[in-house]
Structure formats: structure tokens, C-alpha cells
Design a protein around this ligand. Structure first.
Ligand code: F6P
Length: 341
């Protein structure tokens, strides 16, 4: 078979491991040929490809980012975009397309599949907010990077008797904040799912200082105080209508300083969480996703997405994975509250 592969959305540790597994298994077990589309949906839209075969995937397992490049191109917001993609796939004699991405990239894959394109999806996002899969690859790496950063921030917070606010990624879901906050002994964790009361946060800051320890607060970029109606964001909006978030960490540090008189500093981890080499777990998950995705192609199981359930890789309809985001349930968040303050 001739199979196209693309990676879309924010880069994510493990993307190269998926590409490698798809190509290695496809070439060895099925004699497949591959076409690598550059930069997410921009590739098939503009027929921009690169060579993709076993030599091209040698040595990429531990490498972060994606050898195919990525973008947030949305073909449904481009005039005639969908028709161009369908024509370009046909012009390259492709039998199938493997799309590796998050809610937006796989949302496009879902709609193209409804239009008859033979596509299989692989879920990726450091945010871990895709439904139908227990975990997405990239998440474990992001959590470990954030945990290591917070371990370091503890000592500087203690030495200077400061509040340290750590802003982590997580647009709609607080999975990164919750997991790295628990793993690193944060004193307050604030996530998008549950608006927070700044008075309560300040009380927790003061009670932490009362025990002669300095508070560490982990906040998701999408967390919202009860006094605001939307997330803090910059002006720019991407092709899928998402604003570029940022600013809640600084806002919190300022409010805390003003209200408690304690020095507070904000650290924004940003893209450090997405960069560099994947953890063993993410390499394992990404590799298995790749192996199962190319098998799904050969089974003709299009319109599906591979997913992790326990330790098994299963296939679910693409629409199930992209229909609704997986957010943090209240009971799960409440478990962490025993450590707050
Ligand atoms: O979707 C993953 C994610 O890392 C979000 O947590 C974050 O809001 C977004 O990507 C940032 O994307 P970009 O690098 O395109 O600004």
C-alpha cells in the first residue's frame, strides 16, 4: 500500500517514535511505501511532501519534535481546501492517510473520513485531554519536566521565603497541573475545570507560611479566577479559533503580593514542557500506537483512532476521540486538596 503520514498541532515528545513504528512495521510486514506530508494539514493542502522510508526514520526514536514538521493549518477554513486535499491524495496514489494529532488535527481527520477519505488517527497531546484513551503520548514527558522544575523551585522558594507560582500548559484540562503538582508536592493546584477563589488561595498561602514553609502554586494556563469570565490570553487566535493563552501566573503572583504582602514570583514553563526527548513511557506508548495504526490501515479499519485502555491498544471511532474533551473530574481534583495550604 501507499500510505501518507502527517503530524499536526503543537509538537509533542513521541511524534517521531510513532512515525518510526508506522514506517518500520509497514515496510517490513506489508511492503508499504510512505509519503511524509510536511507541517500537518498544510502538507496535503499544498501537496508538500518529503521522502519517508526506513532510512529516514533511523535514529529518530529518542528525538523530540517531528521530522515531518507541524502546523495548525485548518483546511476547512481555506476556500476549496478539502477538495484540494482529496485531489492531492489521489495524485500521489495514496491508499490511506495516518494523521497524528490532537483535538484539532483529528477533528479535521474525522470530517475528512466522513467525506470518504481513508484515514486512521493517532492521538497526541501533552495536555492528555483526548477522550477514549487513558493517556496520550507526550503527557508523561511534560509532567516529568514540570516536576523536575518544581523540585528545583522548592529550594529557592524556601531560601527566599517567597511564593512561587508555576504556570504550566493545559488549555481546557488540568491534567498536567494535577499530575506534576501531586508528584512535586505543590501546596496549591489550580486548573481550568474548577474556577478558583483568590481569597481562598491567599489564605492557603498564609497558612503555608505559618508552618515556616514557602508555598508553591501550580496553575494551568487555562485556569480562571471566579472573578473573571474567560482565560487570560494574548490577542492572537489560531486557524481553529483558539486564543494564545498566557498571563495567569503573573496575575496570580501580583494579586498574592498585593493581598498578603509576601513576595511572589511567577515562572512560566511554556514550551520547555513540549521540547526534547520523550520519557520511556511515551516512547513505549507512541511506538505501540504507530504499530497498531498501520495494522488498522491494513485491516481497512478507516475512520478509527488507536487508543490506550489499561495496557491494551484498541481502536475507537475517530468521532468518539474528538467529540468531547476529557477533563479532570471533581473527585480526582478533590483528592489533591488534602495537600493544599
Ligand atoms: O495543545 C497543546 C498545547 O501545548 C496547549 O497546552 C497550549 O495552549 C498550546 O498547545 C500552545 O500552542 P502553541 O505552541 O501553538 O502556542
Amino acid at each position: 500500500m501507499r500510505v501518507g503520514v502527517l503530524t499536526g498541532g503543537g509538537d509533542c515528545p513521541g511524534l517521531n517514535a510513532v512515525i518510526r513504528a508506522v514506517v518500520r512495521k509497514g515496510a517490513k510486514d506489508f511492503g508499504d511505501e510512505f509519503v511524509g506530508f510536511r507541517d500537518g494539514w498544510r502538507g496535503p493542502l499544498e501537496n508538500d511532501v518529503r521522502e519517508l522510508g526506513v532510512p529516514q526514520v533511523r535514529g529518530i526514536l529518542p528525538r523530540g519534535g517531528t521530522i515531518l514538521g507541524s502546523s495548525r493549518t485548518n483546511p476547512f477554513s481555506v476556500d476549496g481546501g478539502v477538495e484540494r486535499i482529496i485531489d492531492n491524495l489521489a495524485s500521489r496514489d495514496l491508499d490511506a492517510l495516518i494523521a497524528i494529532g490532537g483535538e484539532d488535527t483529528l477533528g479535521v481527520a474525522t470530517r475528512l473520513s466522513d467525506l470518504g477519505v481513508s484515514v486512521v488517527g493517532v492521538p497526541k497531546t501533552i495536555d492528555n485531554d483526548l477522550s477514549g484513551t487513558d493517556f496520550t503520548f507526550g503527557f508523561d514527558t511534560a509532567v516529568n519536566i514540570a516536576m523536575e522544575a518544581i523540585d528545583r523551585l522548592h529550594t529557592t522558594a524556601e531560601s527566599h521565603h517567597r511564593v512561587l507560582v508555576v504556570e504550566v500548559m493545559g488549555r481546557h484540562a488540568g491534567w498536567i497541573a494535577l499530575h506534576c503538582g501531586l508528584a512535586s508536592g505543590a501546596n496549591i493546584i489550580l486548573i481550568p475545570e474548577w474556577p478558583f477563589d483568590i481569597e481562598r488561595v491567599c489564605n492557603q498561602v498564609e497558612s503555608r507560611f505559618a508552618t515556616h514553609y514557602s508555598p508553591i502554586i501550580v496553575v494551568s494556563e487555562g485556569a480562571i479566577p471566579t472573578t473573571m469570565t474567560t482565560e487570560l490570553a494574548r490577542d492572537t487566535v489560531d486557524a481553529f479559533g483558539h486564543a494564545r493563552l498566557g498571563g495567569i501566573g503573573d496575575w496570580l503572583a501580583r494579586e498574592i503580593e498585593q493581598r498578603t504582602g509576601k513576595e511572589a514570583r511567577a515562572v512560566v514553563l511554556g514550551h520547555i514542557q513540549r521540547g526534547g526527548t520523550p520519557t520511556a513511557f511515551d516512547r513505549w506508548l507512541a511506538t505501540r500506537f504507530g504499530l497498531h495504526a498501520i495494522t488498522a490501515v491494513h485491516d481497512g479499519d478507516f475512520g478509527t483512532m488507536v487508543a490506550l485502555r489499561g495496557t491494551e491498544i484498541v481502536r475507537i471511532p475517530l468521532a468518539e476521540g474528538t467529540g468531547e474533551l476529557k477533563t479532570v473530574r471533581h473527585e480526582l481534583y478533590a483528592e489533591a486538596e488534602v495537600f493544599f495550604g
